[in-house]
Design a protein around this ligand. Structure first.
Ligand code: SAM
Length: 241
């Protein structure tokens, strides 16, 4: 069944107003009509069966009928990725959403190339990916922060999986040994981390250094690989689906 994300409270009988784009998608692409059913989620209230109550020129109105799945949270893992070129960043956001990252943060490092970022576009990619993938929340995409500021304000109860292209222990056994809990995964830019950045990262008490294998991966590949390994080692791929 069609699923869409609408950030409005969901309760029995609630009237919901999808955006104009969503309305067009429902009526013109998917050819839904009054009384047809679809699924709606809002990141808080679970997944709801809804019906199309009205089709108006300015958009459709939906009616929330009943909750069909309770809200579940993704594992507490954030992806922190250096600002890389647009296509790689878009790929990373789409795949990180599919792979269950709870939050996505952008990082400015010494070798980050300046570029015009469209955060609204990245939000839309995360939203579409969450709709398609069946998860019940959309991971927020945070505006870029400088690496030093990020590390200065770090909550030490969250471990940092530092993906170090210059080498480190293999990810799966290292993550299993470090254990479950809140985590973040850090991926550098196309030019990698500077020696100074690497040194600082390796010396922090909350950092777990890992290698992603003997080949240098592009940042977007590294992000999906790191999330996959994290999920396989200590995430929700351990549970029966
Ligand atoms: N320019 C760097 C070089 O040639 O060494 C490569 C940087 S790589 C394109 C971008 C980021 O992906 C790295 O900073 C790192 O975080 C991650 N990465 C890529 N390959 C990796 C590997 N084999 N092990 C750990 N991290 C890796």
């Amino acid at each position: 069944m069609i699923r869409i994300y609408i950030p409005q409270p969901l309760s029995p009988g609630a009237a919901l107003a999808p955006t104009l784009d969503q309305s067009r998608y429902l009526t013109q692409v998917m050819r839904l009509r009054a009384d047809d059913e679809l699924l709606v989620f809002n990141s808080h209230d679970g997944e709801w069966r809804c019906t199309i109550a009205e089709v108006l020129k300015k958009g459709v109105v939906l009616k929330a009928e009943e909750r069909v799945r309770d809200q579940i949270s993704p594992p507490d893992v954030h992806l922190l990725i250096a600002v890389v070129k647009k296509s790689a960043l878009e790929f990373a956001v789409e795949k990180a959403t599919e792979l269950g990252a709870a939050r996505i943060g952008l990082v400015q490092t010494a070798r980050t190339q300046p570029q015009h970022l469209r955060l609204d576009r990245l939000d839309a990619i995360a939203e579409e990916s969450a709709e398609q993938t069946g998860r019940m929340d959309v991971p927020p995409v945070d505006a870029p922060v400088k690496l030093d500021a990020l590390l200065d304000g770090w909550d030490p109860s969250r471990r940092l999986m530092f993906c170090d292209e210059t080498g480190g222990p293999p990810a799966i056994p290292t993550l299993r040994e470090a254990g479950e809990g809140p985590w973040a995964i850090l991926i550098g830019p196309e030019g990698g981390f500077t020696p100074e950045e690497g040194e600082r990262l390796r010396g922090l008490p909350f950092t777990t250094v890992v290698s992603l294998g003997p080949r240098i991966l592009r940042a977007d590949t590294a992000a999906t690989t790191a999330l996959t390994l994290w999920q396989a080692a200590i995430g929700d791929w351990e549970r029966e689906a």
